[in-house]
Write a protein that binds this ligand. Structure first.
Ligand code: ATP
Ligand code: MG
Length: 422
């Protein structure tokens, strides 16, 4: 284990959250080992501002919980403790150990036939824990007392070489948890680090394992991939590594085949990144509306050609595309409903009915729907200068945009849900 002293790493303790430090101290006073670990140490070393702070300890979740009034044990596959300190939540994880150790029991260790870890709650030492983390750059431990960094996996070397490297044998680690492939891509995009060659090569073989991951977990990961200010480079890497198909299969296929769709989604990602950087509000609904448009558009065109009224056509397509996507990436209703509203407004924007202009512009989703329309035109859809038309209309009526309260009839029509019997 390499111990890096303060003079060599230069981390300034003032950049570390007081809440995280106090959690470490409390655990140590309770007689346990505790360190700041993971992304925070990585970002401190790279000179970034850590987003959140994680703590690793040899206290079990129950022992941790007993030390803090505000602690909650969460998760099943991978149990952690959330400790609330003021407004911050510090994630405390117990050192993980090896699944072939004596500590492994059916209640703590469970693996599928393909090697997927269904339960990852075997505890171990700090040395074991470092080996069980995902990337070398994520496996460093900061000791707030002597201000040293413990680096067993040569994380600092990889930071200096700007490399994302998985710890251990890449294929085995991806089989245990295929989401690690998405994490490799995400950190490579975010830090602008290259992916080390073996870490990269195993993705081609292990990619299909992502279809084993529950759709709800993939949606959580989707938000991290695309809502953190690096959506564009993440998206392009996902395309290069052919991983997009496990998140949004139909759209991914079209994006792979038709450059104009790739260009359109790239532009949507870029504008989301710009908004994130400027601290302006961003909604996953718009990103999803743009990302899934390559799946929506061909169906929409086919139905419109068959003469089906546009509003109805878009309603049923929206329903189908949402349902199919949710099998892979579970989009919560609070995002899928506005996403479908943005799609449904496309027909209204294209129709340009004079009597409806002010009403359409006043609708809550107008701006997002208009942005989507512009992206479609940029991607080469022939819409007879519809974008220019709506740009002019907004200049003529600058005060009406988005002023209407949410209306019942602006929501996609849904069948009344049957109450599930208890
Ligand atoms: P972020 O800044 O996005 O929070 P992070 O590195 O802190 O980045 P988290 O998802 O908060 O990422 O995870 C905290 C730490 O837990 C990681 O740094 C890594 O050491 C470990 N970790 C997270 N997910 C996995 C995983 N799937 N497999 C192994 N280790 C993981
Ligand atoms: Mg973190």
């Amino acid at each position: 284990m390499r111990v890096i002293d303060k003079a060599s790493h230069g981390i300034d303790q003032a950049a570390i959250s007081r809440a995280a430090l106090s959690v470490v101290h409390r655990l140590r006073e309770g007689g346990f080992e505790a360190f700041i670990v993971g992304g925070a140490v990585r970002d401190l070393l790279i000179n970034g501002q850590p987003k959140d702070f994680d703590v690793a300890t040899n206290a079990t979740p129950e022992q941790t919980k007993a030390l803090f009034r505000s602690a909650r044990i969460i998760g099943r596959r991978f149990q952690i403790v959330h400790v609330r300190q003021g407004r911050e939540i510090i994630e405390v994880t117990t050192y993980r150990g090896h699944h072939d150790s004596d500590e492994a029991k059916p209640s703590t260790s469970k693996q599928s036939e393909k090697g997927l870890l269904l339960r990852d709650n075997v505890y171990g030492s700090l040395e074991d824990d470092a080996k069980r983390r995902d990337l070398t750059v994520n496996a460093m431990y900061y000791d707030p007392d002597d201000e040293s960094v413990l680096d067993q996996q040569s994380g600092l070397e990889d930071i200096e070489a700007r490399l994302i490297r998985i710890i251990g044998d890449p294929a085995t680690r991806y089989r245990e948890d295929p989401v690690r492939m998405l994490r490799v891509v995400r950190f490579s995009a975010r830090l602008q680090f290259d992916i080390e060659s073996e870490t990269a090569e195993a993705i081609a073989v292990c990619g299909p394992l992502l279809s084993e991951i529950p759709a709800a977990r993939l949606f959580d990961e989707f938000l991290k991939l695309f809502m953190s200010g690096h959506a564009k480079s993440t998206f392009l890497l996902l395309c290069n590594y052919d991983l997009l198909r496990y998140l949004t299969p139909e759209a991914a296929e079209r994006i792979a085949k038709e450059p104009r769709y790739k260009q359109m989604v790239t532009a949507a990602m870029q504008s989301t990144d710009q908004r994130v950087r400027k601290d302006r509000p961003v909604t996953p609904a718009f990103l999803l509306a743009a990302m899934l448009w390559p799946a929506v558009q061909p169906r929409y065109e086919a139905l419109a050609q068959a003469g089906e009224p546009q509003a109805q056509a878009m309603n049923s397509i929206g329903q189908q595309v949402t349902a199919e996507t949710c099998l892979h990436t579970a989009i919560p209703k609070r995002f899928s409903i506005p996403m479908r509203e943005m799609w449904e407004m496309q027909g209204k924007l294209e129709a340009r009915k004079p009597k409806r202009i002010v009403d359409i512009m006043s609708q809550r989703r107008f701006r997002a729907a208009y942005d989507l329309l512009l992206l479609r035109e940029q991607a080469g859809e022939q819409l007879d200068d519809c974008g220019v038309f709506w740009t002019e209309q907004q200049q003529l009526n600058p005060d009406v945009v988005g002023t209407a309260p949410p209306r019942e009839d602006s929501k996609p029509t849904r069948r009344p849900r049957r109450r599930r019997r208890q």
